[in-house]
Design a protein around this ligand. Structure first.
Ligand code: GRG
Length: 304
């Protein structure tokens, strides 16, 4: 990745993310009080408040900021995005899906609350996401912006988005999958929600059509980048694991970028995606676009 442009060089992403991350945590904490029945609300809070990186809600806030929006107006959307994302992690970890045992540094939701409660906690987070937008968005946000942003979020998570990616992914297990199908899976499963997070921020923040479109293309690149990096990190961990398990092949049956392009090819593709995301930001004031510019680099360079 090339060195940062002079206009963005003085920007400190760590401070930026820490400040916004803190406010997102506070808003999420307040969004799910521990009401009765305690079991369902405990299960929802367990995964939602388990301290993910909060990349998606921060992207929502940053996209809104870039087009001149205020933080309070867009915070319910940022929280909703994180609720939908958390729901997808809870369901993804279920024994009938990916059978994940650990998530966000703790046992997966179903390992603590049981499969049925984990299904319900995920379901409840979807409903809460949309209830939260409807009930908590300030009265001065134009209703047409709210409707457009809700449509983006629902479409990104639904049967033409994340769920589409997940079902094609499940159907592709143990099959030879080419680059086109792999890209479809990753775009739908991962990039669409990241894209919708940014687009919702841009719409609610009052961006014009051209700005929303550029932010959308930027976020599509970042979303795909996210998954390419995930595949590279997984392959690195798997290679280390393989060393420990004397040759047991842990990679069987899952198409990934490192398998199709190799590690060097995947890293090269990641660099191209960073470059393309930066090209989409070129039409904005460079200082104002610095958070999005650095967020793409953060996604590219993350280690977990
Ligand atoms: C019912 C809408 C609905 C969806 C269920 C299970 C499922 C369908 C989809 C799975 C989607 C999924 C888990 C995609 C992987 C996305 C991904 C790369 C997750 C990791 O994101 P990070 O690294 O995690 O941002 P943290 O914990 O930091 O938030």
């Amino acid at each position: 990745i090339s060195p940062p442009s002079p206009a963005a060089a003085g920007f400190d992403l760590e401070t930026y993310m820490a400040a916004r991350g803190r406010r997102v945590e506070e808003a999420l904490e307040a969004a799910v009080p521990l009401l009765p029945p305690a079991k369902i609300h405990s299960a929802m809070r367990y995964s939602l408040l388990a301290g993910g990186k909060r990349v998606r809600p921060i992207l929502t806030l940053a996209a809104s900021e870039l087009v001149g929006g205020g933080e309070a107006a867009v915070m319910p959307f940022a929280c909703a995005v994180e609720m939908i994302h958390t729901m997808s992690l809870v369901h993804d970890d279920l024994p009938c899906v990916d059978d994940g045992h650990h998530r966000r540094g703790r046992p997966a939701n179903h390992r603590v609350f049981g499969d049925a409660a984990a299904v319900l906690a995920g379901d409840a987070l979807i409903f809460l996401a949309f209830e939260h937008i409807a009930a908590r968005t300030a009265g001065d946000v134009p209703p047409e912006r709210i409707l457009r942003a809700v449509a983006e979020l629902a479409a990104a998570a639904g049967s033409g988005g994340m769920i589409a990616g997940q079902i094609v992914d499940l159907d592709s297990e143990r099959k030879e999958v080419g680059r086109e199908v792999l890209e479809y899976i990753h775009v739908q499963k991962t990039a669409r929600l990241i894209e919708a997070a940014a687009v919702a921020g841009a719409i609610v923040g009052g961006g014009n059509d051209g700005e929303v479109e550029r932010i959308k293309r930027y976020a599509r690149c970042v979303g795909l980048l996210f998954q390419v990096v995930d595949d590279v990190l997984d392959a690195t961990r798997t290679a280390e694991e393989l060393g420990k398990t004397a040759g047991r092949d842990l990679t069987v049956g899952k198409a990934t970028y490192p398998k199709l392009l190799g590690m060097a090819g995947s890293r090269e593709f990641a660099c191209q995606l960073v470059k393309r995301s930066e090209e989409e930001l070129a039409g904005f004031d460079a200082e104002r676009a610095a958070p999005l510019y650095h967020l793409a680099r953060f996604v590219a360079c993350r280690e977990h």
